[in-house]
Ligand binder design. Structure first.
Ligand code: AMP
Length: 212
């Protein structure tokens, strides 16, 4: 039974995904990660995706859907935690069709509720481990040892290229215009839980676990 994390950039989806992955063995499917992996291959498709990421705008659904479908098929036996997908109604419908084909269902959708001002504060102090992908916030959730990844010990904690103010504005705008309507979409199905994402990491985890 699968879960969806819906929320704007830096709302804590990645951090909570890592916690649930470790605690309950969910497969963390981040379409942002799939896209960055495709960019890293240097393929023609990757070049197109790179342009979208650099502008902070959504990639075409056909591109994301294809990557998503393949990854879901590769993890058929697992409970999947969708992070960053769907981001539009058409993607939500596509996901329904993929899951239906596998006779699978969505268990719950979590909407990470947080205001744009807090996101700006957070995102500008966010770093990611280049080696294992762990995410930290230097202000609210720093690594135990300065500059060292808690998970794998790497010293490569870097800021994502699209974590800057200019691109961030587009990413946040895109969330509130294109993705936020999914809240109502899943609410109507009765599987939506709204999480107070301003709360500290442990409290957010608690809210999620209580609603599972
Ligand atoms: P994220 O790591 O989830 O913030 O995603 C980084 C970038 O990848 C986004 O700004 C988009 O350009 C692209 N992307 C990721 N997921 C999607 C999606 N579901 N639909 C369209 N574009 C996406």
């Amino acid at each position: 039974m699968h879960l969806i994390f819906l929320g704007p950039p830096a709302c804590g989806k990645g951090t909570q995904s890592a916690i649930l992955e470790q605690k309950y063995g969910y497969y963390h499917l981040s379409t942002g990660d799939l896209m960055r992996r495709e960019v890293a291959t240097g393929s023609e498709l990757g070049k197109t995706i790179k342009l979208n990421i650099e502008k902070g705008v959504l990639a075409a659904s056909e591109i994301v859907n294809e990557l998503l479908k393949k990854d879901v098929e590769n993890h058929k036996q697992m409970s999947i935690l969708f992070d960053g997908y769907p981001r539009k109604i058409d993607q939500a419908k596509f996901l329904d069709s993929v899951l239906e084909k596998n006779k699978d269902t969505l268990k719950r959708v979590f909407y990470f509720d947080i205001d744009a001002e807090e996101l700006f504060q957070r995102i500008l102090s966010r770093v990611t481990c280049n080696a294992c992908g762990a995410v930290y916030n230097l202000r609210t959730n720093p690594p135990k040892e300065d500059g060292v990844c808690d998970s794998c010990g790497s010293h490569e904690l870097v800021r994502r290229g699209d974590d800057n103010e200019e691109i961030l504005k587009n990413r946040i705008q895109s969330f509130f215009e294109e993705t936020a309507p999914l809240r109502e979409f899943y609410q109507k199905r009765g599987i939506l839980s709204v999480i107070n994402a301003r709360a500290p990491v442990e409290i957010v985890t608690e809210q999620i676990i209580n609603a599972l």
